[in-house]
Design a protein around this ligand. Structure first.
Ligand code: MG
Length: 344
């Protein structure tokens, strides 16, 4: 692309098929912004801003304000100087800028009707579903849903904990691990919702599953057991138990990622490309420090997902499943996506 682009954007809303329940509460509608850059020769670049403010990114309103105050024509300088307070915007604009979705319309009328891509052509050697981690519904519903996902090829599952009372969750967990087939990997995500004592109990429970040696099932890690402020406790827990800990909320943005690494975190980092910030700076950081990263979705559409998967393919070190097994939370994208740009 050349250096000047026409900039257009459209807000969108997608309703979850079933409410997404985490320790942060229920989430029913995913809102975001699709953006489009057109260079002087008519080539298009698509990007997506998909903030999760309760996870540490800007709010949708802040992202919209940023888009509204931009001129209709923007430059590289604008794209690469978006402030760190707007990490989802940094991702959306930079990934549009480097997007491989450019198409060259033949004439002005085809440009007018150019729509965002709704299907993912495989852009790079991406894993099939065995390398994706599928998100199970919270609570008992997990017991009924894993099988369908297994039949679709998933072998790594994530289950939310810290949602109900720990005694109830441990009972469901007991059922779940005896139901899941051998060679399954299970991730437990507390979203920072455990107390220090509860975190110890979960880690102890997972460690002892392994000691008994009866289960071929692997607890791959416990994700964000404690709130972000309790970094030192998580650091301590990570050396006290065999079960690995992954930081997620603690490393929502590049600044936090660098700070945790600098303070000695050598466990797993969950990276959500959609909100972490600038892709070019993320690349630099991962390449420099060779961190053990798990890449994960922010319930974005196909546009941000394509850019995020590209980063995951480039930067994954330890062949960990990527957390993009979330299609079953939405209707097929084609039903709503087409209408978004009808007015252009
Ligand atoms: Mg998480």
């Amino acid at each position: 692309m050349t250096n000047d682009y026409r900039f257009e954007f459209r807000p969108y809303q997608r309703r979850f098929l079933r409410s997404l329940t985490t320790n942060h509460g229920n989430w029913n509608i995913r809102e975001g912004i699709i953006l489009r850059l057109t260079d002087e020769s008519g080539k298009l670049g698509w990007g997506e801003i998909a903030p999760i403010s309760w996870f540490g990114s800007e709010t949708l309103e802040q992202a919209l304000d940023f888009c509204r105050q931009l001129p209709r024509e923007i430059t590289d300088e604008i794209i690469f100087s978006i402030p760190d307070e707007l990490p989802a915007c940094q991702f959306g604009f930079e990934s549009a800028w480097e997007s491989e979705l450019f198409s060259m319309p033949n004439d002005a009328s085809s440009l007018k009707s150019a729509k965002p891509p709704t299907r993912l052509a495989p852009p790079c050697p991406m894993p099939h579903t065995q390398s994706y981690s599928a998100l199970l519904p919270a609570g008992e519903a997990a017991l009924n849903q894993w099988e369908t996902l297994w039949q679709h090829g998933y072998r790594t599952f994530k289950w939310k904990i810290g949602v109900d009372a720990i005694a109830d969750e441990l009972k469901i967990f007991e059922l779940l691990i005896h139901t899941l087939p051998a060679f399954t990997k299970l991730r437990l995500d507390a979203n920072g919702g455990l107390s220090y004592e509860e975190a110890n109990l979960w880690l102890w429970t997972c460690d002892n599953l392994k000691v008994n040696g009866e289960l071929a099932l692997e607890i791959e890690f416990i994700e964000q057991p404690l709130p972000v402020e309790q970094f030192q406790q998580m650091l301590e827990l990570s050396t006290s138990y065999e079960t690995a800990i992954a930081l997620d909320e603690s490393v929502a943005t590049l600044g936090q990622l660098a700070a945790c690494h600098q303070q000695g975190w050598r466990g797993i980092f969950v990276i959500k490309p959609g909100i972490v910030g600038s892709p070019s700076r993320l690349r630099k950081f991962c390449q420099q420090h060779k961190i053990d990263a798990v890449f994960s979705s922010v319930f974005e559409t196909a546009i941000a997902r394509l850019a995020a998967l590209k980063l995951a393919a480039e930067l994954s070190q330890n062949n960990r499943a990527i957390g993009f097994g979330i299609d079953h939370f939405f209707e097929q994208e084609e039903t709503w996506f087409e209408s978004l740009w009808n007015d252009l």
